[in-house]
Design a protein around this ligand. Structure first.
Ligand code: FRU
Length: 472
């Protein structure tokens, strides 16, 4: 049938791209490369895509432009992992033809891996772009073929133009997909469709929509069940900062509610909340891994400098985190497999005023201290460069991450554990407070190795480890 004919990619073009990547890699400056995060082999990366488990390995794709370290016509880069911690590069999975390969997701169908993504055509006439949904297939998890009948989903029900980032899943006899969109009067929304065969899609409902205060476009939607509730996770554009909230260019957050597969109605029960409070976190995608809901985010942000771009690359994916529902909020917790990265003790015991610890590019710290005291840690380069501060302000009960005066802060009342777990990787930090009720993901750019300095008159207990490389 027509459905089984795939457009095969140009083998020569694939080989040339692979050679270009191997060659260009040699001239990358390694100083800020991350050691246990998925990063682009060369060039630019943004959103995680196609997060899936296929033929015994986890697959993570990403928005990718290999030819420069700034955004360009989108490809899909590709990494695989046995355990969500050790990652290996695979050849570029998708390259643009006339369509750029924007964000999307993946799901296994029989013995095939199916990708559904947004094909974005640039046009000469207003609206100057056209976003429709494409399919690609693989029989081996390495080589991908675009479906000859693309696009499979060409228009929003009311003709509005923003229409991107399909996230597919299967429930009962149907495939479902949520797609990010915007109303004619510029309010973000998420559209829900279903299909029995992946090719013919039926519009079901607007799953969620901004009332005017939640941004003009909802990018990268995701929708899943967690502990009996349903979570609509998405990345709204255009929220105005409000106090400590919404300080990044765009946000990523979630609405908790209930959902019914008969009426397709999602009933929000808790207002939108940000998932992460750091400077660099956007465009998440989740995977159901044996009943655990794992999330990955783009460890960067739009419309900001990406200092590593002068080194020949830009962007990263956060470490994978497990999402858990606790009352009215989501927790983010590092996976147990992260323990396998520990590669030697750096310190174990008290850590007081004026002491410091040096890490060769990577480290994990478990920090305990009385929360009645002010806590203040500086992370700096052993040769200078950008430093960053982490603080606990006991009077206001806020955790603060201060990057050169650009502050992110949020109130924290521990629901269990009162420790902080801090992951450092050359030019990044990920701080998990308590059970993961408050998490910050932030990039910063120190020179040399990392030195953690204890400043204020505080007494802490710190267990610190070196971490091994898990990305080639
Ligand atoms: C989110 C996003 C998506 C789009 C992709 C393009 O960061 O803008 O909406 O598909 O990036 O690279």
């Amino acid at each position: 049938s027509v459905h089984l004919k795939y457009l095969s990619e140009d083998e020569d073009a694939k080989r040339e791209l692979a050679e270009y990547i191997q060659e260009t890699k040699k001239s990358i400056n390694p100083r800020w490369r991350l050691h246990y995060h998925v990063i682009p082999p060369v060039g630019w990366m943004n959103d995680p895509n196609g997060f899936s488990y296929y033929k015994g390995e986890y697959h993570l794709f990403f928005q990718y432009y290999p030819y420069d370290s700034v955004w360009g016509p989108m490809h899909w880069g590709h990494s695989v992992s046995p355990n969500l911690v050790d990652w290996r590069e695979l050849p570029t999975a998708l390259a643009p033809d006339e369509e750029m390969c924007f964000s999307g997701s993946a799901l296994v169908d029989g013995d095939k891996l199916v990708l559904m993504y947004t094909g974005r055509l640039n046009t000469d006439t207003d609206p100057f772009y056209n976003e429709t949904q494409y399919l690609a297939f693989s029989d081996d998890g390495v080589n991908f073929y675009k479906y000859e009948g693309n696009p499979v989903l060409a228009r929003t029900p009311d003709g509005a133009y923003d229409f991107r980032d399909p996230k597919i899943w299967k429930y009962g006899d149907y495939w479902y997909v949520v797609i990010g969109s915007s109303t004619h009067d510029a309010r973000g929304r998420v559209l829900l469709y279903r299909s029995q065969n992946l090719y013919d899609w039926e519009f079901l409902t607007v799953l969620g929509e901004s009332n005017g205060e939640l941004g003009y476009m909802w990018e990268c939607p995701d929708f899943f069940e967690l502990d009996g509730k349903y979570i609509l996770l998405m990345s709204p554009q255009g929220l105005e900062p409000q106090g400590d909230r919404y300080k990044n260019t765009h946000q990523t957050g979630y609405i908790i509610g209930s959902f019914n597969y008969e009426t397709f109605e999602f009933v929000p029960e808790v207002d939108f909340q940000e998932l992460d409070f750091g400077h660099d976190f956007y465009a998440t995608q989740t995977l159901d891994a044996d009943g655990k809901r794992i999330v990955a985010g783009w460890f960067s942000m739009w419309e900001l400098p990406h200092p590593e771009d002068v080194d020949g690359w830009a962007g990263a994916i956060t470490i994978m985190r497990e999402l858990k529902l606790s009352g009215n909020r989501l927790l983010q917790q590092p996976l147990d497999e992260m323990l396998s990265l520990r590669n030697g003790s750096v310190h174990n015991g008290s850590f007081n005023k004026d002491e410091s610890l040096v890490f060769e590019k990577t480290g994990e710290l478990i920090i305990n201290g009385d929360l009645e005291q002010k806590i203040e840690l500086e992370i700096a380069g052993t040769n200078g460069g950008n430093n960053i501060w982490i603080r606990w302000e006991p009077e206001v009960k806020k955790v603060v991450v201060d990057r050169g005066g650009d502050v992110r802060q949020v109130e924290w009342s521990p629901i269990g554990s009162r420790s902080w777990r801090l992951f450092l990787d050359a030019s990044s930090l990920e701080l998990f407070c308590g059970e993961g009720e408050v998490v910050f993901s932030t990039r910063f750019y120190p020179d040399g190795d990392l030195r953690v300095n204890s400043f204020s008159d505080q007494s802490l207990n710190v267990e610190a480890h070196k971490l091994r490389r898990s990305v080639p």
